[in-house]
Design a protein around this ligand. Structure first.
Ligand SMILES: Nc1ncnc2c1ncn2[C@@H]1O[C@H](COP(=O)(O)OP(=O)(O)OP(=O)(O)O)[C@@H](O)[C@H]1O
Ligand SMILES: [Mg+2]
Length: 252
């Protein structure tokens, strides 16, 4: 750790195997609070496995995870969410046939009373969803629209808004703009900047080096299940990052 503020998240020497495949061979990195931290690396480098360990989807075989300087261990995605870690995936889990507000409250419905007299607080959920979406200036036509009518960028904005709704502390994103066009990517990047300005820490996996240069303050390079380099983004160029990802450079 450098300085008095603990890292928002830190992983030390994480290992994870799937049968004979060693997806993580002792990976270490951290994310400073209030920053965008990027992870880059080739296909199969172990990026998604690492963040799935943070998100409670995988239990690491060994190694440590610290959140705000405290050791944590998540038995399930729900446990990670309770600790304030939200994750946005490329192939995001929005329910197409539900509305924007229903998606935002999916599995976390606001209710009143106790069973069998429990009632859903629909108006309140709609109100909160609208407040969230308009507060984030998300380019979404309205919270009562069905998600299947939204563009890819709007969907991703809903997924990010939902994550921020449930954790304004720490949001992990696995290639959030991989499926998006240029304009939509720019909109999602704007949204990411806004949530970071509001104090959320973001850890993002991206194959888009220009995006990493635009968005992040810190960048980690993964190769073969390890983190082989980490730098302040302002200290590297996109070309250097490409070389590090492919292993063409001499360090490591
Ligand atoms: N659930 C799983 N079962 C078996 N092997 C897995 C599983 N998840 C990942 N792997 C393997 O672990 C290695 C790392 O995969 P991972 O998905 O973490 O890579 P990645 O860096 O996210 O790649 P990409 O850029 O293609 O998304 C790969 O060899 C992959 O095949
Ligand atoms: Mg991946």
């Amino acid at each position: 750790m450098d300085g008095a503020t603990p890292h928002k998240i830190e992983v030390r020497d994480l290992t994870k195997s799937f049968g004979s495949v060693e997806a993580l061979k002792g990976a270490s990195l951290y994310a400073r609070p209030g920053e965008v931290t990027a992870i880059v690396g080739d296909n199969g480098a172990g990026k998604s496995t690492l963040i799935k360990c943070l998100a409670g989807y995988h239990a690491p075989d060994s190694g440590e995870v610290l959140m705000d300087g405290e050791p944590v261990r998540f038995a399930s995605p729900l446990a990670a969410r309770h600790a304030g870690i939200e994750t946005v995936y490329q192939d995001l889990a929005l329910a197409d046939q539900l509305t924007v507000w229903q998606n935002i409250f999916l599995n976390r419905e606001l209710t009143r009373g106790v069973p069998p007299f429990r009632t859903s607080r629909r108006a309140e959920m709609r109100r909160q969803a609208h407040e969230l979406v308009s507060g984030l200036a998300v380019n979404v036509p309205g919270v009562t629209k069905t998600v299947k009518r939204l563009s890819g960028g709007q969907r991703q904005a809903v997924a990010i808004a939902r994550a921020v709704m449930w954790s304004n502390q720490f949001v992990i994103m696995d290639e959030p703009t991989a499926a998006l066009g240029l304009r939509e990517t720019a909109q999602v990047e704007d949204l990411i900047r806004r949530i970071v300005d509001a104090g959320t820490t973001v850890l993002i996996i991206s194959h888009n080096f220009e995006q990493v240069m635009r968005l992040s303050q810190q960048v980690w390079v993964m190769r073969g299940g390890r983190v082989v380099n980490g730098e302040r983004t302002s200290d590297v160029t996109g070309v250097e990052l490409v070389a590090q990802v492919t292993g063409a450079s001499t360090f490591a």
